[in-house]
Design a protein around this ligand. Structure first.
Ligand SMILES: [Zn+2]
Length: 412
């Protein structure tokens, strides 16, 4: 082959790779994360009974690895993560009751890490209250929380966060799909064969609309992020001038439960493959990111949708936003600065906490940018942020986003 032909060939290859916005892209990072499947320890699902006191983990989202009596009045619930090493999200969920009314102390004994979540109590699994701070302490050791309980024969749920599992997600999608602009489908299966849900929102035809993506619950205990995502989506479906206009112009792709196996099994962080799914957005070795990433790219390419924002809802110690640093200019840069200012102006006593960073990890935030040139944002809610504020802020975040994007279209 002549040198000029080789040059032409190289040029054609370069040209083809430049057009690589077609199809699902694989990415390289300076410090790659190995997301090959690892073994997880499944809890033994059972009812325990010692001297008339019962405890069980026979429900979705439970986490209880052992239950034993320590002294006349003291019982111990052992809580272990699905595998190690793991993030310090010591999640627990169990039911406890007694054949006779009885006051006991219950130790939550974590085999890894320290106590993190304020105990939430419920008798029906629907209505929850925070345990009063005078009723529990970690004085014995940071990895032991001691709870004072008055047991009766009624089964009492005690959990690190309210149960918000597949059952709740199914109810939620059933509710919102009654809206004519919301279409629900199952797009694939998790590693343990659970449904991967998808809600497709738009008015009229999806073709040639710009798109935004909402996803949540890559990390099982992060229910406050999940509440924010639900509130955000509900506002997009609201019947008002802004929301109705937005759905005419934009398509919204919603993936409401990214890690159904982990949620069902009460995992602290990982999926059934023992992997943090929010580190698998480079090679998609785990089922769930692969199903969703493939679906998202295919769906938006088929309808010629340009994805401009990707929001991934999570929970951590406090409310904050992980965003792209200013050297990474998305197709709608500097959207997030205006967006956060809008949220800031909505609430007197709240100031958004922006944490920009560069493309350092294979997480969704960077993936949205690399795959689509979109604004990628990890929307974090504090573990204990009041739930009514979580919902109010989710709604405000949707309103500000819709206003900005609709204005931007009109400006053209
Ligand atoms: Zn998370």
């Amino acid at each position: 082959m002549k040198a000029s032909n080789i040059l032409t060939l190289v040029f054609i290859i370069l040209l083809t790779s430049c057009k690589s916005s077609k199809g699902l892209l694989f990415h390289e990072y300076p410090n790659p994360v190995d997301t090959s499947t690892k073994q997880v320890m499944l809890q033994k699902r059972m009812e325990y009974e010692v001297n008339g006191v019962h405890a069980d983990n026979l429900f979705e989202g439970a986490r209880l690895n052992n239950f034993a009596q320590v002294s006349n009045t003291m019982f111990r619930a052992t809580i272990s993560p699905e595998n190690k090493p793991i993030n310090a999200s010591a999640y627990y969920a169990l039911r406890i009751w007694s054949e006779e009314p009885r006051d006991i102390e219950l130790e939550l004994y974590y085999t890894e890490h320290e106590h993190r979540y304020i105990p939430k109590l419920s008798y029906d699994g629907i209505h929850w209250i925070n345990m009063h701070e005078s009723d529990f302490d970690t004085l014995k050791a940071p990895n032991i929380a001691t709870l004072k309980l008055n047991l009766t024969k009624d089964k009492l749920f005690i959990a690190g966060q309210e149960l918000h599992t597949m059952k709740h997600v199914r109810n939620w999608v059933n509710k919102i799909q009654k809206h004519r602009d919301a279409r629900h489908s199952i797009i694939g299966k998790s590693k343990l064969d659970m449904d991967m849900h998808f809600v497709d929102i738009y008015n009229g035809t999806p073709d040639n609309k710009k798109a935004i993506v909402v996803m949540t619950r890559q990390h099982p205990p992060e229910v406050t992020g999940h509440y924010a995502a639900e509130s955000f989506v509900e506002e997009i479906l609201a019947n008002n001038a802004l929301s109705n206009s937005f759905r005419k112009q934009f398509r919204v792709l919603v993936y409401p439960l990214m890690n159904p196996d982990g949620v069902n099994e009460g995992h602290w962080r990982h999926n059934a493959g023992g992997i943090d799914l929010n580190r698998d957005w480079a090679e998609y070795k785990q089922s769930e990111p692969k199903v969703v990433a493939t679906h998202m790219v295919k769906t938006t390419e088929q309808a010629n949708n340009n994805v401009v924002v990707g929001l991934d809802f999570h929970s951590t110690q406090k409310d904050l936003y992980y965003t792209l640093s200013d050297d990474l200019k998305s197709s709608i840069y500097p959207f997030k600065d205006f967006w956060m200012r809008g949220i800031d102006n909505t609430f007197d006593d709240y100031t958004p906490d922006d944490r920009p960073s560069t493309l350092n990890q294979p997480i969704t935030k960077t993936w949205f940018y690399q795959q689509f040139g979109a604004e990628g944002i990890t929307y974090e809610i504090g573990d204990e942020t009041p739930r009514d504020f979580v919902r109010a802020k989710g709604k405000a975040a949707a309103i500000e986003l819709m206003q900005l994007l609709v204005l931007r279209e009109e400006d053209k």
